[in-house]
Design a protein around this ligand. Structure first.
Ligand code: C2O
Ligand code: CU
Ligand code: CU
Length: 501
């Protein structure tokens, strides 16, 4: 989406009367180009804190990502992606309309709400329909997101644009000493990789390997923009990164090796920042980082290649070795310092104040989940011939491909369970609806820094052990999901469902 298109998008949001509050101050100066490239725009901001109301409309539109030709896309309240929804604890009356000609859902990924409000595959909004869950938000501040979740269609519908970011806030970031000025020193960054055809149109055309490895692209987009430059003040900047890609796993670092201070994971704040030089972000995961832009030049956020892609992807333990032999790094986002932007925060605080209690495991509940990719293998009958979803047998959990009619687990409300999740062939990002968990072991060792806070999604390379707290109820009619967040895997059957009562 180029700038003109993006502005049309937000004009559309205003015309729909969705509560779009206009550009935040830092974004009004956006007309200026930075270093000849366009300046990165934040998604429109939809603040529900005063009204307690959230209105989203799934709609179709056109986006001109490369400035050459239009792609038909979808979004919430705009042609591609959706607004950043700001919410706080308390009642939230949502209204989600569907103006598309296919059913969609609005799943709140990271919000702790009951199954009937979760927006999973059992809550389709038909074409022309409306869904209006009357929700109650009660959980610590976090960066969450929302996206459509129709079984078998999630991958192509999310790819087409039906996703947006959620900021759950308690208004106390000033006391914490962390940036909170939207689009100024608090940047929301949705990372997506895409493919374009020769005329510049975005394409989603699944081949066999795309289902096997997940669909990845060769062009980076941040907030639906290609090659935009993020303007930052000369101080501490907060980056809220959302991996909204269908399948790509990022290993992020700055080209000048500057430190990234991890302050929050999926479920919210850490108790204190962790200084890192590389941060891994798998599909569905979020991290919040503080980065000091007061010194140095104009750094570029880079990523290493996706360990699941290419021939190395299927070689299990060999893949790490091969990755180090082939440098597949690429730029994700360039930054440019803009001295006219206010730098409000000058140093990284020592504490953030997130609370990570020691979870007490209910004694009888230990479960094992195997994320299976067996099928017939590369030459098996399920793998060859047909293209598109459903052709691959063998994408399953514990040998069972997803079935809308089958409840896989019944979990007792208010319990903490120990889940041991193991991956086959590739690394799989494992996500649980309606619950948060703590990672207690990864690949036989202690968890990596990115896995130390509250999580709802974790990349399982080999074997991961988690403690999950089930505080939200879900009935047979609207159960919660657990699944691989490589969307092609999820659609092809690597998903299960559970009730909590
Ligand atoms: Cu982000 Cu079940 O999904
Ligand atoms: Cu989810
Ligand atoms: Cu997977």
């Amino acid at each position: 989406m180029n700038r003109r298109n993006f502005l049309q998008a937000s004009a559309g949001a205003m015309a729909l009367g969705t509560g779009f509050l206009g550009w935040p101050p830092g974004q009004r100066v956006a007309a200026r180009d930075v270093a000849g490239r366009s300046r990165l725009q934040m998604p429109a901001r939809l603040d529900t804190r005063d009204t307690g109301r959230l209105a989203l409309t799934a709609m179709s539109g056109h986006s001109n990502f490369l400035g050459r030709s239009q792609t038909q896309t979808t979004g919430f309240n705009q042609p591609y992606l959706g607004p950043t929804v700001v919410m706080r604890e308390g009642g939230l009356a949502a209204t989600v309309r569907n103006t598309l000609n296919a059913a969609v859902t609005a799943h709140w990924h990271g919000l702790l709400v009951p199954g009937e409000h979760d927006g999973g595959p059992h809550l389709p909004i038909p074409p022309g329909g409306l869904w209006d869950p009357d929700m109650f938000i009660a959980q610590p501040p976090a960066t969450a997101w929302y996206h459509t979740h129709i079984h078998g269609q999630t991958a192509n519908q999310v790819h087409s644009g039906l996703a947006g970011v959620i900021h759950l806030t308690d208004g106390r970031d000033d006391q914490r000493g962390i940036p909170s000025a939207y689009g100024v020193d608090d940047l929301t960054l949705v990372l997506q990789d895409r493919r374009f055809n020769g005329s510049g149109r975005m394409v989603y055309d699944l081949h066999m390997m795309d289902i096997m490895h997940g669909f990845t692209g060769d062009t980076m987009m941040v907030n639906g923009q290609v090659e935009a430059v993020a303007a930052v003040p000369k101080g501490i900047v907060r980056l809220r990164l959302v991996n909204g890609s269908n399948a790509r796993i990022y290993l992020l670092y700055f080209d000048d090796a500057r430190t990234m201070h991890l302050i929050a994971t999926d479920g919210g704040y850490l108790d204190s920042p962790i200084a890192l030089d590389k941060v891994r972000l798998a599909p569905g995961e979020r991290v919040e980082l503080l980065v000091d832009f007061s010194t140095g030049g104009n750094p570029v956020l880079m990523s290493e290649g996706d360990p699941n892609q290419g021939p190395a992807g299927m070689m299990g333990r060999m893949r790490g070795l091969i990755d180090t032999l082939i440098d597949r790094s690429f730029p994700v986002l360039s930054f440019s310092r803009d001295e006219s932007l206010p730098a409000r925060i000058a140093s990284v605080p020592e504490e953030i104040g997130g609370s990570l209690p020691n979870l007490e495991v209910s004694p009888t509940t230990s479960r094992h989940f195997s994320l299976d990719m067996s099928g017939g293998g590369m030459t098996g009958r399920g793998m060859m011939g047909k293209r598109g979803g459903g052709m691959m047998s063998g994408l399953a959990i514990n040998g069972r491909p997803f079935d809308m009619e089958r409840i896989d687990l019944k979990i007792a409300h208010g319990t903490v369970e120990r889940w041991v999740v193991s991956s086959t062939m590739l690394s799989h990002p494992f996500h649980i609806h309606g619950a948060l968990f703590q990672v207690i072991a990864e690949n036989g060792g202690s968890p990596r820094p990115e896995s130390t806070g509250w999580k709802d999604t974790v990349l399982v390379e080999d074997q991961t052990e988690i403690l999950v707290r089930f505080d939200m109820p879900a009935s047979r009619t609207t159960p919660f999901m657990y699944h691989c967040h490589i969307l092609e895997h999820e659609d092809a059957g690597m998903m299960g469902q559970f009730t909590v009562s």
